[in-house]
Structure formats: structure tokens, C-alpha cells
Design a protein around this ligand. Structure first.
Ligand code: C5P
Length: 230
């Protein structure tokens, strides 16, 4: 049995700025998307047999050519993404093979520097029987819930809160059922499984798995990359 990776990379990255979609922004001379694919491939315990990448419409052929050298013997499929991230994941999921896959990873192209150990922890947890798995890190800020007028409603106990990263790992049929239901308002794929009443397991994430979102994140990304190259 092998793993398939869905990479939603169809976002425009408006908060990051720049002329091209976020996944094509370069760090250390290569795009965030290439870094993400290379990172997944390096997780040998994951045994990745298939990559399905959702990209901005019109870029499918170029991205296929770009990524081909990095996927080794794995199957590569590139599809035009949708309006929201969940649409992009659903469209990609339709291209994941039904046979021979016991774990589907959903991994944001923008979390390009996730360490191999995090990827492998997620896959091993799915293979050991958890149907849905997310990597998490503790939150360092105090989080408050506010009302529409900006007034504080309450302050959840910080020790019970975590920030969720990707790759998130799923038993394939669970992910299909999750995306067949209502997806409105879902900000990650695990949330769709929670709506089905499935208990989601957490594993340790990493600060290096941060999502490149704003311009200064590119500086952090460059610094992680140069640390790894020395
Ligand atoms: O916008 P955000 O940074 O939260 O996006 C997370 C990931 O989802 C990114 O890799 C982005 O390219 C992807 N995405 C997508 N389709 C969309 C919106 C975002 O594939 N419509």
C-alpha cells in the first residue's frame, strides 16, 4: 500500500503580493511548489506513489513540466483548482487512484518546508489506524473569541489550544465521504471529518511547517533553507 499526496496550490496569495500565484514564488531559486514536492518525496517512510496538484487554471501544462523531474517514479496529475481551497482539494481528490492507496495526505504548497519527520509521523499514525491525523504546535498568543462588534466574548484556556498545520493525513474513503458532504465554512479537511463525527488524532508538528503567507515569511523561508543547505 502507498500514499497519495494532494497539494492545493491554486491560491493567488494576495496577502503575499507579487505578480505570480504564491506557489510559484521562489525561495533559494526554486518555487514554493517544488520545495513542497521535494519535501514530500524525501519522506521515504510515506512511500508516495501519486501526486495530485491543484493549480491556477491555465498553468496545468507548465506545472506538469516543472514538477516531472521531482516526482521520481510516482504518478503526477495536475488539475485546475477551484474558487476555495476545499474546491481545489475536492477536484484533486477525484484524481487520486482508488486502488493501492491506504493514506491520502493533503498538504498546502505554501507549507513548503515541513520537516520529513512530521510527514512520516502523520502517515504512520494513519497506517496505525487513525482515520484522520493533523500535525499541531502549541499556540503562543492568548486567543480571544470576539463578537461582531469587536467585543471580547471569552478567553479559551490556552493550554487546550493548538495551531494546525499540514500535511493532514486521511484514510482515503473517509476523505471522499468528508468532501461529499457540506463544505461551507471549512478551513481545513480535518474539520470536514469532524462534521462526520470522526475523532481526529494529533501528532507533533514543527515551527518549520509554517505557511508562507505574508512577505516577511519569505525571509524566514530563505533562512530555513540556508540553514538546511549548510
Ligand atoms: O490562502 P491560503 O494560504 O490559506 O491557502 C492554503 C493553500 O491552499 C495554498 O497552498 C493555496 O495555494 C491553496 N489554495 C488552493 N485553491 C484556492 C485557495 C487556496 O489550492 N482556491
Amino acid at each position: 500500500m502507498s500514499t497519495a499526496a494532494i497539494i492545493p496550490a491554486a491560491g493567488l496569495g494576495l496577502r503575499l503580493g507579487g505578480e505570480e500565484p504564491k506557489a510559484f514564488r521562489e525561495v533559494g531559486g526554486e518555487s514554493l511548489l517544488v520545495h513542497a514536492v521535494r519535501g514530500l518525496r524525501a519522506a521515504t517512510a510515506a512511500d508516495l506513489a501519486c501526486f495530485v496538484v491543484a493549480v491556477p487554471a491555465g498553468t496545468e501544462d507548465d506545472v506538469h513540466k516543472l514538477l516531472e523531474p521531482y516526482v521520481g517514479s510516482a504518478v503526477l496529475r495536475v488539475v485546475a483548482g477551484g474558487a476555495e481551497r476545499t474546491d481545489s482539494v475536492r477536484l484533486a481528490l477525484e484524481l487520486v487512484p482508488v486502488d493501492g492507496i491506504d493514506c491520502v495526505l493533503v498538504h498546502d504548497a505554501a507549507r513548503s518546508f515541513v520537516p520529513v519527520e512530521v510527514i512520516e509521523r502523520v502517515v504512520l499514525a494513519v497506517r496505525s489506524g487513525a482515520p484522520a491525523v493533523v500535525p499541531v504546535i502549541p499556540v503562543t498568543d492568548t486567543i480571544k473569541r470576539i463578537d461582531p462588534g469587536g467585543m471580547v466574548v471569552d478567553t479559551p484556556d490556552r493550554s487546550a489550544l493548538v495551531a494546525v498545520q499540514t500535511p493532514q493525513g486521511f484514510e482515503p474513503n473517509l476523505l471522499r465521504r468528508a468532501h461529499a458532504g457540506t463544505v461551507a465554512g471549512a478551513t481545513d479537511d480535518a474539520m470536514l471529518c469532524e462534521r462526520l463525527g470522526v475523532t481526529v488524532r494529533t501528532v507533533a508538528g514543527s515551527e518549520d511547517a509554517f505557511k508562507v503567507t505574508r512577505p516577511r515569511d519569505l525571509i524566514l523561508a530563505e533562512s530555513i533553507l540556508s540553514e538546511r543547505r549548510t
